[in-house]
Design a protein around this ligand. Structure first.
Ligand code: F6R
Length: 259
């Protein structure tokens, strides 16, 4: 079962996860991080700044989950730009350390295989940060995605395009296609850390963690993984049937166990 941690705020979640990432890098200077974009991971990236300021991160590698297909990489909302702005520059990484799937239409047929090969060559992802879509997606694995899927091109649902229109001037500007790590790729990471904040995520979170494992709820794939940490604020946790038990278990967690 995933460990579910319910915290008072997104900032507290960011601090908790950033502590874990800093601990990972201290013990493994060539750690491989899996990065998410969107608004959810921002408190983690923010909390990482002071924690990594005196740490040698020159051997860390990172892989983003996804990218829009056909977007100009220089567009401020391309995930390449977002990762550069939110992770590479503030945390002092070089662009070469941080990989983002290639969303260029030129060569898109093999971009997924190339990305998988790069993750494998790096030794696989140690800690994968995940957000969750209101339709239950992780990465951009929309409902119906195969649990065995690998990095490939997907068509975004209208709901996801609508949700992401806030980053663009209109829904028409939100690309129709994306290239995303598959559920199989995500499940191969050694530790999954799923974050969610706000009431709007409560239904998807409950379906993913306490509902049946189903392609209709791609995030339910995390139930198949042996090391999952889910960090939620009260609003995102509000539809969980076992919320009191999760609190009880975390409050009584043995001190020697990390996240
Ligand atoms: C982004 C990603 C998506 C987002 C999800 C939630 O790289 O993989 O799964 O995590 O769409 O987005 P936000 O965090 O903006 O609510």
């Amino acid at each position: 079962m995933a460990e579910v941690v319910i915290v008072e705020s997104a900032a507290a979640a960011g601090a908790l996860v950033a502590d874990e990432i800093a601990r990972l890098i201290a013990g493994r200077p060539d750690a491989v991080l899996g990065l998410a974009t969107g608004s959810t991971p921002l408190p983690v990236y923010e909390a990482l700044r002071p924690r990594l300021s005196d740490v040698d991160t020159s051997r860390v590698r990172a892989f983003a989950l996804d990218e829009y297909v056909g977007i100009d990489p220089a567009h401020p909302e391309s995930y390449r730009s977002v990762i550069t702005r939110e992770v590479v520059e503030p945390l002092g990484f070089t662009p070469e350390q941080v990989h983002v799937p290639n969303g260029s239409t030129d060569g898109i047929e093999h971009a997924g295989d190339d990305y998988e090969a790069a993750i494998t060559a790096a030794g696989g992802v140690d800690l994968q940060i995940l957000g969750i879509g209101t339709d239950g997606h992780i990465g951009f694995n929309e409902p119906g995605s195969s649990f065995a899927s690998r990095t490939r091109v997907k068509t975004l649902t209208q709901r996801t395009r609508h949700d992401n229109a806030r980053f663009f001037s209109s829904i028409d500007e939100v690309p129709m296609h994306c290239i995303t790590q598959g559920l199989g790729t995500i499940l191969a990471a050694r530790h999954l850390v799923l974050l969610a904040f706000g009431e709007g995520k409560a239904r998807a979170v409950a379906a993913a963690l306490e509902g049946p494992i189903s392609a209709l709820v791609p995030a339910s794939a995390v139930q198949l993984h042996e090391h999952v940490t889910v960090v939620l604020d009260e609003a995102a946790a509000s539809q969980l049937k076992l919320a009191d038990y999760y609190r009880h278990a975390f409050d009584n967690k043995p001190a020697w166990q990390g996240l």
